[in-house]
Design a protein around this ligand. Sequence first.
Ligand SMILES: *[C@@H]1O[C@H](CO)[C@@H](O)[C@H](O)[C@H]1NC(C)=O
Ligand SMILES: *[C@@H]1O[C@H](CO)[C@@H](O)[C@H](O)[C@H]1NC(C)=O
Ligand SMILES: *[C@@H]1O[C@H](CO)[C@@H](O)[C@H](O)[C@H]1NC(C)=O
Ligand SMILES: *[C@@H]1O[C@H](CO)[C@@H](O)[C@H](O)[C@H]1NC(C)=O
Ligand SMILES: *[C@@H]1O[C@H](CO)[C@@H](O)[C@H](O)[C@H]1NC(C)=O
Ligand SMILES: *[C@@H]1O[C@H](CO)[C@@H](O)[C@H](O)[C@H]1NC(C)=O
Ligand SMILES: *[C@@H]1O[C@H](CO)[C@@H](O)[C@H](O)[C@H]1NC(C)=O
Ligand SMILES: *[C@@H]1O[C@H](CO)[C@@H](O)[C@H](O)[C@H]1NC(C)=O
Ligand SMILES: *[C@@H]1O[C@H](CO)[C@@H](O)[C@H](O)[C@H]1NC(C)=O
Ligand SMILES: *[C@@H]1O[C@H](CO)[C@@H](O)[C@H](O)[C@H]1NC(C)=O
Ligand SMILES: *[C@@H]1O[C@H](CO)[C@@H](O)[C@H](O)[C@H]1NC(C)=O
Ligand SMILES: [Cu+2]
Length: 793
Amino acid sequence: MHRFLLALLGVVSLVAGTALPPLGYERRLLRDAWNKRQQTDNSSGSCFSGAAPPAVAPKENVWAPMDAADNHAVWTLLHDPSSGLNLTLPINATLSDNYVFWLDTTPMNKSAVLPYIDGDGPAPSRYARAIIFRGGQEVPDSQEYFIGPLPVSAETTVQPLDYIYNGGDGGRVPYNARYFDAKRSAATEPLIAEAMSGIADITAALFQGGAYYGPRDNRTTLSITSGTPLSFDGTQAFRNIMFRFPGPATYMTPLDFFLLIDCTGTDASRYFVKGFVTNERFFPTVADLRAAFEAGELAQEYNQTLDGSWALVDRKPELGVRDLEERFAPGIIELGGKRYRLDATQKYFEYMGWSAYMSFSRTLGIMFFDIKFKGERIIYELSMQEALAQYGGNQPKAANTVYHDTYYSLGTDMGTLLEGFDCPFGSTLWNVTYHEENSTIVNQDALCIFETDSGYPLSRHRAGGGPSDYGFQSLGVVKGTALVVRAVATVGNYALNSVCSDYLFHVDGSLEVVVRASGYLQSSFYYPDQGKWGPRIQQATQGSLHDHILTFKADFDILDTANSLQVSELIAANQSQPWFPELGEFEQMELNISYMQTEQQFNWAPNNQAMYCVVNRNKTNAWGEERGYRIVPGRSDVHLSVANSPWSLKNAAFAKSHLAVTRQHDTEPFANSVQNVNLPWKPQQDFAKFFDGESVEQEDLVLFFNLGMHHFTRAEDVPVTLYTEAYSSIVFAPQNFFDRAQDGDLLNRRWVVPTAEDTLEFETYGVELPSCPIEISEPVYGISPVVTQEDAI
Ligand SMILES: *[C@@H]1O[C@H](CO)[C@@H](O)[C@H](O)[C@H]1NC(C)=O
Ligand SMILES: *[C@@H]1O[C@H](CO)[C@@H](O)[C@H](O)[C@H]1NC(C)=O
Ligand SMILES: *[C@@H]1O[C@H](CO)[C@@H](O)[C@H](O)[C@H]1NC(C)=O
Ligand SMILES: *[C@@H]1O[C@H](CO)[C@@H](O)[C@H](O)[C@H]1NC(C)=O
Ligand SMILES: *[C@@H]1O[C@H](CO)[C@@H](O)[C@H](O)[C@H]1NC(C)=O
Ligand SMILES: *[C@@H]1O[C@H](CO)[C@@H](O)[C@H](O)[C@H]1NC(C)=O
Ligand SMILES: *[C@@H]1O[C@H](CO)[C@@H](O)[C@H](O)[C@H]1NC(C)=O
Ligand SMILES: *[C@@H]1O[C@H](CO)[C@@H](O)[C@H](O)[C@H]1NC(C)=O
Ligand SMILES: *[C@@H]1O[C@H](CO)[C@@H](O)[C@H](O)[C@H]1NC(C)=O
Ligand SMILES: *[C@@H]1O[C@H](CO)[C@@H](O)[C@H](O)[C@H]1NC(C)=O
Ligand SMILES: *[C@@H]1O[C@H](CO)[C@@H](O)[C@H](O)[C@H]1NC(C)=O
Ligand SMILES: [Cu+2]
């Protein structure tokens, strides 16, 4: 008989939080509750032990974004007539004026940073970057500038930011390819309203009274949408517009009606209608459309639902109630108090040997710099470079759609996280800030940091046998935990594609990147003959087939910048061994170890039969092995399914392989450019040009990797895609970086030994079970700014 001792159970009592009104109301009351929590004395024994203990960043965070004062000064400088930029304030600007599109921070040159963080060099100066739309020029365009050094002084200059782009035109983007902002959208409105009001009788008859007379006309009952790209090479511009029923779930109520317009140039009087599409037929003129309509050829087989409430993420009582669902679900609680340290000013953390700085930009969102484990650098920079999605279908909208989320400033779409639901109760929540014109916007609580139970032990061993009743001699178990940094970017008018990115710093020295995609599908009208582009998911809605590709940059610096990419291929080889004479030649597996010689894009080996490691060949561990980190494939490490689509021909090379290794250059900080999406045939930034034959042996390497999903849509994407399934991951794990596994020094473990009396002795290493009340209250929901977004994503 086995006797288990229960004496070690801690006292963990749940004290229900004060009942608070629903979110969105009584914000002050909620704020009070939050303040109380933050002020909780961390010695009182509460499981929520207040703020994380402090850390002091060893150096100033040189990667931090410019602050509000610098932004204001840069804005003022640019608009000063002496700058010679001839700028009009955006509020007053028309398509034929010069105005600022956005301001952000110029990426730091690594060559300037290393002498500072590793030596006594001075902190390099910060520079701003600005994209300026120059409609006031004879040949209108968009040109990017960098402005610095900051703070603005007599030394500050405004120079074209050309050096980070390799497409041939530097920071210049042709006017037709530049971001399609509200001004461009508005310029196309008269044409759309004119074209559609002329056929309102047709659309009303086909679509249950649906008509479009313009966005502010009270007879309008349809909404419009068009995506990107809207140019191929900047010599033309077009909008392929799909109509939908409006409402909070408009993405899910598309109609079988499309208007194709040409909107090349700044003179809206020259814009024209290219044609209409419905019933999988193209009508170049209104007369053609009307003739088909009058001949009764356009009857719709299905009606779209006018009431899209089926597509809202609220509870659906018609699905019933599950047993025990009235109980609160489990959660992650930092029972022993926070075990990570933060320097909130420098955006720096330390956790169980890890340390890193964080930064943020409006286009890329969260970035990590100088990631070290136990004081040794592993990665100089880790950042998402692009979130691309490409669709397919036999109609203009789906066939035409490729999104680059950085085009929409994905960082600005990182919104407030709901404590207890988006992130565990008690998480550290940080704001992110970015700039709009001369002001600075705070997205409150948009990033969360928490330590999680891994959900499984890090390591475990039970030595069997022995004299005791327990059937073992000893049992060792180490607790698995990780620090998680999470942000969710909801791109596309707060509806489509909520990308949740997690960076997990595991206690064994491995680092995991996980992305999940939720949000509304860009759906299509349901065509019974179009099953090859996805299933029917509602009465008249098809889930459109698409790929998501999320490109990341990992600038590895294993101890220093001299690194190599080692390939250990598992091969089957015939050989003989004299002690098996009866076998003659027989097949075995073995490693074929080599080093990549030049920059290249490459894919995971079939059957994952190759291990890729970034190693420093000049640094060995105690056993003489080259120290390195292994790139471990995770879930759904895919690349884009199409290589030769006209919509993503040359501006998406970064999405077309699983992996890529390049030499680090100050001139190649980004895989993509933020206005590349409208230049598929003549990109501003051509990732493929990074691969120009440079050596990657004991050089400063950058690894690019893709996460993503082939989105095989399904009825369960209604109302929104589920994070359980739509996820992708990768792990960087030490590979002979150390002399042994990095679990030996962890105290959160138990060593269990049966005694002679057949009881169990638990060695706790001084880490006792917590005893604390848990107080939970409804979370505070930060009031995020309302930023005017262009309405036609
Ligand atoms: C408690 O919090 C304070 C303030 O953040 C911090 O200085 C202190 O180190 C914390 N104590 C512990 C034991 O974490
Ligand atoms: C710019 O717009 C503002 C706000 O509408 C207005 O007050 C101002 O007069 C305009 N300036 C010019 C030069 O048109
Ligand atoms: C300045 O911009 C305006 C349009 O805003 C344009 O009409 C004018 O020609 C420009 N001036 C110069 C010197 O380029
Ligand atoms: C970064 O390095 C590039 C290439 O050497 C140089 O042209 C550029 O001026 C540098 N940028 C800054 C902000 O110093
Ligand atoms: C669509 O709705 C209209 C009413 O707006 C109705 O007359 C028509 O029969 C419906 N069509 C189908 C296929 O249900
Ligand atoms: C729509 O607008 C017109 C003109 O502005 C107005 O006369 C009419 O009453 C409005 N109709 C409704 C239903 O609001
Ligand atoms: C920002 O610019 C607007 C004009 O676009 C001006 O009205 C406002 O005063 C400026 N704010 C500051 C803080 O300078
Ligand atoms: C986050 O933003 C809110 C609202 O602007 C502000 O009250 C709070 O102090 C900010 N928190 C930090 C840590 O800066
Ligand atoms: C090993 O030899 C066998 C017999 O000749 C052959 O069928 C097999 O393909 C060889 N395997 C490899 C890996 O060359
Ligand atoms: C080992 O790898 C190298 C480099 O990829 C390759 O050239 C060679 O053919 C491989 N050898 C075998 C036996 O597969
Ligand atoms: C680094 O390793 C290479 C061989 O991989 C060797 O040729 C070189 O001398 C080493 N450099 C140093 C500084 O140890
Ligand atoms: Cu998807």
